[in-house]
Design a binder for this molecule. Structure first.
Ligand code: CDP
Ligand code: MG
Length: 714
């Protein structure tokens, strides 16, 4: 067999020979040949993600099918594919490619394919035995992402029934599960006692120091952002050369921290203020998931001589991406996490304390190449009282609606007895079933409906898909497709230093959109920009994120393609509607979002949920809304609203809001409790305290409202 030409070149392999995994190349190649399941574990940075796929490629696995590697995070899939394509001397998208939601950078030549775990799950839907692959590597299994957990269960099921596994395949599929050092025995037992290969690591000691800045109750972002900035600057001025990695919670906090760092670093006098005279400057780099990839690449490059690099990152830098040269860690102690809140019956993005094991992982990033230091901005009391031992797997804390629908479509009907690595609570499963029933994806007996089969085709949250399909059945998909696309990309509204001016521009856009409705606003921005002759200039003018909008255009096209394909099938549902466009639009939204309905509760009273500052740009509302005001200050037209999601920091925010009429959801609301089994009984009303969201009428409260309205109607 002739070697592909890119393998002959010299190159990056030299560098990768220094990685701990290199000495085990032959053993690993053999181990994959000999076993259907293999667990590989090793310290972060030992070379698992970038090297093992290349070793398998060199061992010839590609001749039987692709080598697929899943990542829980899209940034990791993209940057690692870039790196590996360089190491293999081929252009990205050829032999080495990646696929993440709405971005497929692969060709027919692609044999080493990095992708998100969600993408592989979609591929399984179309091809249950993954006939295109010779090896599938589930990477970062210790992260315990929902999709990776489901993939583990599915692959275990498939491979353990030989009939199923061999159907449609020439050679048996190999599955490698890679993980940082956690829980490997548990994984091995789960996979029928498969061998575990441990890459011996070399790590250096990291000394950790607590401070007393953050105590058990400080979740207000301004507090910990200020504190990490202070500590990072202290490190910069008083510690020897070596790069800094700061762990923060999310994009806006990171941008804020970077701005503050820039500002403060300006006034450093390097002759007097800095201990190590070799240090002559600070390079500040943000790192978060939705950043453009060319900017992300910078992170991995060594800083210029004399310059100290300071990367301010989300948790992504804890395990998925390894940055060389880090000697100091500044740990905020917090992470932004999607948690299912059963009291309100939906997933909430919350800022929560990290677990102790996570804190150790973060600290470990400083000890890869030499001894390091970790500065924790929280107190020992915070560590003891607020931080759990381990991070709860995603499957036990987020909504299962989408994966349960996927499982059902794959023919797994008994979703309760599916082989889960960690079983989610039964009520979470029931809750998911209920939501699927509510959006007509399954029937009363739990069977997937025609609509459910259509819904599973869209890589969108079920509610949004339901709204989109409703619009399509009424022939007005042009209203919903752009909205779905806009909600699938990062925030399009820029709020720079000139915040007031940006707000003014956004308000003007709201006036042009002509309604007090964030969804209409998204639609209008999308259309205006698309129609513009100079879209990027238009965006700049209006403080809109051009890059985000560009991806929204591409996402819209992809969603439209999926829809067109489905519409060609004969039994695509069609309905009729007489009424005005704005009503039609909002009614479609109601079909999908009636589970996220909120209303003004009772008489004026201390606030509950706030409309997020990024929400509602239109003039009528923005005048009244600041994040410090409650919805109760709003005009009557905001009596009932639906919203896209909830954000919980020290306050509860609803984001992307649309006023509706009670009439439109009236008939849907009973569905919220119609098939009630478990969940409502677990929502004890007495438990609801003043600070919590429950008075905000979401699911269970909607029932109360319906009852109230029924009485009123009488
Ligand atoms: O998967 P694991 O944590 O074991 O290691 P890896 O991600 O394969 O990283 C191996 C090496 O490649 C590390 O030294 C990384 O810094 C480097 N790397 C890089 O320079 N650029 C990337 N985009 C990815 C990895
Ligand atoms: Mg890795």
């Amino acid at each position: 067999m002739a070697l592909p030409k890119w393998r002959k070149g010299p190159g990056i392999y030299n560098e990768s020979k220094n990685l701990p995994i290199y000495q085990h190349k032959a053993t690993l190649q053999q181990a994959v040949k000999d076993n259907s399941f293999l667990v590989v574990t090793g310290e972060t940075g030992s070379g698992k993600t970038t090297q093992l796929p290349q070793y398998l490629h060199q061992a010839g696995f590609w001749s039987n099918g692709k080598i697929g590697i899943t990542q829980p995070r899209r940034v990791a899939a993209i940057t690692v594919a870039q790196r590996v394509s360089q190491e293999m001397h081929c252009s990205l998208g050829r032999e080495v490619g990646y696929q993440v939601r709405f971005d497929d950078c692969t060709t027919q030549d692609t044999v080493v394919k990095y992708m998100t775990d969600g993408c592989l799950l979609r591929e399984i839907l179309a091809d249950p035995v993954l006939s295109q692959y010779s090896v599938v590597i589930l990477d970062e299994a210790h992260e315990r992402s929902l999709n990776t957990d489901i993939l583990l269960g599915l692959l275990k099921q498939t491979l353990s029934s030989p009939d199923k596994a061999s159907k449609g395949r020439c050679v048996p599929l190999k599955v490698v599960v890679m993980s940082a050092t956690l829980e490997t025995d548990k994984l091995s037992v789960f996979l029928g006692g498969c061998p575990v290969f441990t890459i011996p690591g070399r790590t250096f000691p990291v000394t950790s120091k607590f401070s007393c800045a953050i105590g058990p109750k400080d979740t207000e972002s301004s507090v910990y952002v200020k504190e990490v900035v202070k500590v990072a600057l202290d490190v910069h001025t008083s510690e020897m050369a070596g790069d800094i990695l700061v762990f923060l919670t999310g994009q806006s906090e990171i941008e804020k921290a970077c701005d503050m760092l820039y500002e403060k670093a300006e006034s450093i006098d390097y002759r007097y203020d800095v201990q190590d005279h070799k240090v002559e400057g600070l390079l500040i780099l943000p790192l978060y998931g939705s950043m453009p990839t060319d900017q992300q690449k910078q992170i991995f490059q060594p800083p210029p001589p004399g310059i100290r690099k300071c990367v301010v990152a989300t948790n992504i830098a804890a395990t998925s991406l390894t940055i060389n040269g880090i000697k100091y860690i500044v740990d905020s102690g917090f992470v932004k996490q999607l948690n299912h809140n059963s009291r309100v019956g939906m997933d909430i993005l919350e800022v929560v304390p990290i677990s102790k094991s996570e804190a150790l992982q973060r600290a470990g990033r400083a000890g890869r190449t030499s001894a390091g230091k970790c500065f924790r901005i929280y107190s020992p009391a915070f560590w003891e009282k607020c931080m759990p031992e381990y991070t709860v797997p995603e499957i036990q804390r987020t909504s299962l609606t989408a994966v349960i629908l996927t499982l059902k479509c794959l023919g797994v009907h008994d979703v309760i007895r599916f082989p889960y690595l960690d079983r989610p609570e039964e009520r979470f499963i029931l809750e998911a079933l209920k939501q699927l029933y509510q959006c007509d994806a399954i029937d009363r007996r739990g069977k997937v409906t025609r609509l459910g089969e259509l819904m599973v085709e869209f890589p969108l949250p079920p509610g949004l898909t339901r709204a989109l399909l409703q619009a399509a059945s009424l022939g007005c998909e042009d209203l919903l497709l752009p909205v779905a696309a806009m909600l699938s990309v990062e925030n399009i509204f820029i709020r720079p230093e000139k915040q007031k001016e940006a707000d003014k521009k956004h308000r003007q856009l709201g006036v042009q959109a002509g309604s007090c409705n964030d969804f209409t606003m998204l639609l209008s921005v999308f259309e205006k920009c698309k129609a513009s002759d100079a879209p990027s200039a238009w965006c700049k003018d209006n403080y809109i994120h051009w890059r985000a909008l560009k991806s929204a255009f591409s996402v819209e096209t992809q969603l439209r393609e999926i829809l067109l394909r489905l519409q060609k099938k004969r039994d695509f549902p069609m309905e009729k509607f007489d009424g005005n466009k704005s009503e039609l639009f909002r009614r479609c939204l109601c079909t999908g979002y009636f589970t996220n309905v909120a209303r003004r509760y009772g008489v004026l009273h201390n606030g509950w949920a706030w409309i997020h500052e990024h929400s509602i740009k239109s003039p009528k509302c923005i005048l009244h809304i600041s994040p410090h005001r409650s919805l109760f200050d709003q005009e009557a037209q905001l009596d009932w609203v639906i919203f896209h999601d909830l954000l919980v920091t020290s306050r509860i925010y609803i984001r992307t809001v649309c006023p509706i009429r009670y009439d439109w959801v009236k008939d849907l609301l009973p569905k919220l409790h119609e098939v009630d089994v478990y969940e409502l009984s677990s929502v004890a009303r007495e438990e609801v305290t003043d600070e919590e969201v429950a008075k905000w009428v979401t699911k269970e409260a909607a029932k109360r409202q319906t009852d109230v309205f029924k009485k009123l109607e009488k």
